[in-house]
Design a protein around this ligand. Structure first.
Ligand SMILES: Nc1ncnc2c1ncn2[C@@H]1O[C@H](COP(=O)(O)OP(=O)(O)OP(=O)(O)O)[C@@H](O)[C@H]1O
Length: 274
């Protein structure tokens, strides 16, 4: 695999970060065990790895929801704090059920120094950006899964964050909607240029979206892979491109081996070729 080239200015840094959790039975679980990462401004990074390897914990550390036990995390040289500079998009949409799409976004902007009219205008703008201006008055229960996820994306973007943290945001969507959302996200990323850290279990998703794929295992970074495939990548031709197929098969095998050799995995020790 090609080494990661010198990127532009580093925005988000993890330096030898450790994070442990005490479980209800008193045992200690090391979720993050010495992670160092440098993420450049405007870079699109995908985190991939077996279940429980620490991907979500990395996102929660990155936006300051939790703090490391050791090591340091810096965004532009300062410790992270939850706030509008950080957009967070979850797999579960987490919309307020009794508020319509417009109001869901406006609520998220309340901590900003904006007038009511400016909040409303901003919410309209971002709903429009994700193609939902006609659904501004719809309540979450009246929206499809893809539409709800777009409201959640608009809500995260409306704070105009420098860093967009996304935790398997498209995992619950059907294949077509997922691909449309991937295209939507890439076009927004090109226009607004946030730094994106995107957790996924899908090798294909990581390859079509990311500049860099970070492979994690058991709370550590195992490998950082530069994706040098040309963009746009959401094309039929790309899926047949030998370079795409080579990286796909490399990553697929890497992650399958991690799952089969992880004693904590349900699939530990299985021979999938039988
Ligand atoms: N609040 C918590 N309390 C106790 N243990 C936790 C907590 N949060 C995470 N963990 C543990 O830390 C480890 C890493 O969890 P994390 O959610 O970061 O993994 P993940 O790679 O995102 O998993 P998945 O792919 O299944 O979402 C797991 O063993 C998990 O049980």
């Amino acid at each position: 695999m090609a080494p990661k080239p010198q990127a532009s200015k580093t925005l988000l840094t993890f330096a030898d970060v450790h994070k442990r959790f005490v479980q209800p039975d008193g045992s200690v679980n090391t979720a993050i065990d010495g992670v160092s990462l440098d993420i450049a401004e405007r870079e699109f990074v995908a985190l991939i790895g077996p279940s429980g390897c620490g991907k979500t914990t990395i996102l929660r550390l990155a936006n300051g929801l939790i703090v490391p036990d050791a090591g340091s995390i810096r965004i532009d040289g300062r410790p992270p704090e939850p706030g509008p500079d950080m957009g967070f998009v979850f797999q579960a949409f987490r919309l307020i059920p009794w508020a319509n799409a417009q109001a869901n976004i406006e609520f998220a902007l309340e901590s900003l120094d904006l007038s009511r009219a400016e909040r409303a205008e901003r919410a309209r703008h971002y709903l429009d950006l994700v193609g939902l201006s006609r659904s501004a008055k719809a309540y979450p229960a009246q929206l499809s899964g893809g539409m709800k996820q777009r409201v959640a994306l608009a809500r995260a973007l409306a704070g105009e964050p420098r860093v967009l943290l996304m935790d398997e945001p498209f995992a619950s969507l059907d294949a077509q909607t997922r691909e449309l959302m991937q295209g939507e996200l890439l076009s927004i990323w090109r226009r607004l240029t946030p730094t994106v850290v995107f957790v996924t279990h899908s090798v294909d998703e990581a390859l079509v979206l990311a500049d860099t794929i970070v492979v994690m295992g058991a709370g550590t970074v195992l490998e950082t892979i530069r994706v040098d495939l040309p963009r746009p990548r959401l094309t039929v031709e790309m899926r047949a491109d030998p370079r795409f197929l080579e990286q796909r098969s490399y990553l697929w095998n890497r992650i399958r081996d991690l799952v089969l050799t992880d004693p904590a995995s349900e699939f530990f020790g299985r021979n999938l070729n039988e």
